[in-house]
Design a protein around this ligand. Structure first.
Ligand SMILES: C/C(=C\CNc1ncnc2c1ncn2[C@@H]1O[C@H](COP(=O)(O)O)[C@@H](O)[C@H]1O)CO
Length: 236
């Protein structure tokens, strides 16, 4: 980079580095953000590189402990561990906690990829390996990179975001042999009816796209899908 015609700055980079006016504005400038973003990827890759086969489980942060769907989440966590998977969640409460709890109680590896939120909840008590993120997009990369498939329990916007991101990446061939399993026919059935009745009808998706997602109520079927994908495409 060079400066001409009176554009030369009046202070140098090291002048600014050595200045201490007690301001922290630089922390929020975009170039510095890039380094923070980079550090999230470095930390995430470092923490998860040796995880082995894993499945991410998503679902509502708001689900109460004493519910059938929470028990289903625990069951899925347990079954994944019995099949040799680590269980990755967002590390929060509700169904994230359920899957971590099932995995932890079964003696498996229970991972939480936490996210900084305005109303900090902290990691649930059943996470053994915790990695915290400031940026959703860095965290989302980790779910996809270190999982062999997604199991998606009933949830809200956050869960839909994770579901549709995975489906888009599978549809566009960015992620291969990646099963996505919705658990809860009553909860998800209406969405899939709309997908078939509206999206397919309008031609915004194709019939093959419907095969990218499986709907079940059976935790054993959800886990069997993940096992089948691992057998087809074992991790190195
Ligand atoms: C809102 C509440 C807790 C927020 N805590 C969260 N911690 C970690 N991850 C979260 C949290 N909230 C959302 N997520 C992510 O989105 C999915 C759940 O969102 P939904 O809108 O509840 O479906 C989840 O899989 C996380 O990855 C509790 O009051």
């Amino acid at each position: 980079m060079g400066f001409r015609r009176g554009q030369t700055p009046t202070s140098t980079t090291d002048t600014r580095l050595l200045e201490n006016r007690g301001e922290a504005d630089w922390v929020h400038s975009d170039p510095w953000r890039v380094l923070r973003i980079q550090s999230e990827f470095v930390e995430g890759f470092g923490a998860l590189a040796e995880l082995g086969p894993a499945v991410s489980v998503f679902g509502s942060a708001r689900t109460a402990v004493d519910t059938e769907v929470y028990r289903t989440g625990m069951d899925i966590g347990r079954r994944l561990v019995a099949e040799g998977f680590a269980v990755i969640t967002g590390g929060g409460p509700g169904l994230m906690e359920a899957a971590n709890r099932g995995a932890c109680e079964a003696g498996g590896t229970s991972v939480g990829l936490g996210i900084e939120l305005p109303h900090e909840q902290g990691m649930n008590d059943w996470v053994d390996l915790a990695v915290n993120f400031r940026y959703f997009f860095a965290r989302k990369t980790m779910f996809l990179k270190y999982s062999q498939g997604f199991v998606v329990l009933p949830g809200g916007w956050g869960t839909l975001d994770e579901l549709f991101e995975a489906l888009t990446l599978v549809q566009t061939g960015k992620v291969r042999a990646f099963p996505v399993c919705l658990v809860g026919t009553e909860y998800w059935g209406g969405l899939l009816d709309w997908v078939r009745g509206t999206q397919l009808d309008a031609g915004t998706i194709s019939t093959q796209d419907l095969d990218l997602v499986t709907l079940t109520d059976d935790p054993a079927e959800a886990v069997a899908l993940m096992v089948a994908a691992r057998e087809q495409h074992p991790t190195s």
